[in-house]
Design a protein around this ligand. Sequence first.
Ligand SMILES: Cc1ncc(C[n+]2csc(CCOP(=O)(O)OP(=O)(O)O)c2C)c(N)n1
Ligand code: SF4
Length: 474
Amino acid sequence: MAKALIKADSFYEIYERKDGIKDVTHYCPGCGHGVLHKLIAEALDDFGIREKSILISPVGCSVFAYYYFRLGNIQAAHGRAPAVATGIKRVHPESVVISYQGDGDLAAIGGNNILQAANRGENITVFFVNNAIYGMTGGQMAPTTLIGQKTTTTPYGRNVVNEGYPVRVCELLATLDAPVYIERVALTDAKNTSKVRRAVRKALQNQIDNKGFSLVEVLSACPSNWKMTPVQAKQWVEDNLIKQFPLGVYKDLTDQIKPKKAEKQVFSVDGLKEKLNIPMEEEKYSTSVKEAKEFRNMKLKIAGFGGQGILLLGLGMAQAAMQAGYNVSWLPSYGPEMRGGTANCHVNISKERIGSPLVSKPTVVIAMNLPSMEKFQSEIEPGGLLLYDTSLITQKPVRDDIKVLGIPATQIADNLGNTRIANMVIMGAFIAYTSVLDKQAVINALPFFIKRKNLIPLNEKAIVEGMNYVLSSN
Ligand SMILES: Cc1ncc(C[n+]2csc(CCOP(=O)(O)OP(=O)(O)O)c2C)c(N)n1
Ligand code: SF4
């Protein structure tokens, strides 16, 4: 009895991280979050797992869980806690990983995340606080909002014609094969609260025993947004929430499941490099890199019509540069239609670490049609390069503070018997002009991005023709 009055060791004694009063939580009176925190902290203490536990806090009122829990803490983007938990658990299988989420976080923006984590049967524990609204942002409708319930975004009450029906997460996830244990409980009277306590412990024990995915949904009051007193709010859970979301065990394979062996899932960097044919450190930059400033950390935007092999050209450059030891990124952007629509990709080829794959100020633009040249030439950094296909673009570039290289790529490709290899003619012209990669580096990479092996010799020819065009005109 006395033990219940002692603050769990899994809580900080003083909440130093919190602004203002440091010995109370930020939760409103009557909120379920605080009670659930207590039940989790006590379970961690009793199981002796505090030091190896990591709590992923969501976006929502419990975003500040790290103020209180004296554990490993990570903050995930809205709805992404199950994905973050998956990553952590896989590299630290000995740890106990808890994904703590609200209903907006788990069932709305993160709906697919939880579905996939449950379906993979990740060995994690999920505590899902269902208070039927978005608490932190002031009470908007959540997927779990009841029919007729008034929220700030459903001022006349949730209407199934407009907003659909409340989503029952436990019932939904219980249809999947992988989850081991799924139960819905409620923070109302002492009897129900002791069921929450039991469920919390069972879900954690399953993870400790390596049994697999467990989720406990906790129906919980939000007096502030429901505009009720704490007592009225608890009663509202009893009278309304439980009717829509019946309590009980929806799946329990705990006694039938054999513990899975917890295996660390990490690849060694060297092993990965070998698999991807990336040279080891000492072999870096095997190619003759032009040290001109504009080509050192190259940011490319490659654009044209869908069907011209724009994305493949960018992918090929990134692959060849990666094999030559550069840091690279490739970010495709698709138009609404694949063939005939517009396509562009962003490619970084850099000796330094790449902060973002997005290229907003390119040092090189490759334009394979007029709309692309018109759209992107203004973005090029002064002193950068515009490479364009003069067979399809008869207009002259307007910039006079950049280098311009025109090449009749489509014409050259036609002469080789296949219009579709114009992209590789451009590749040849690009490497000959910038020297960022040598011919052999690109040829070595061809099998990685040209899937039809019989087309490799023709692509090689196109690269050579593109190189020759540039070298003979310089
Ligand atoms: C990507 C993104 N979208 C929206 C928000 C705004 N936002 C913050 S909390 C929240 C709702 C959280 O509600 P819920 O998951 O039900 O948790 P509760 O606050 O009720 O505990 C939203 C939409 C955000 N922070 N990030
Ligand atoms: S707004 Fe609602 S969910 Fe958020 S702390 Fe207050 S009562 Fe709890």
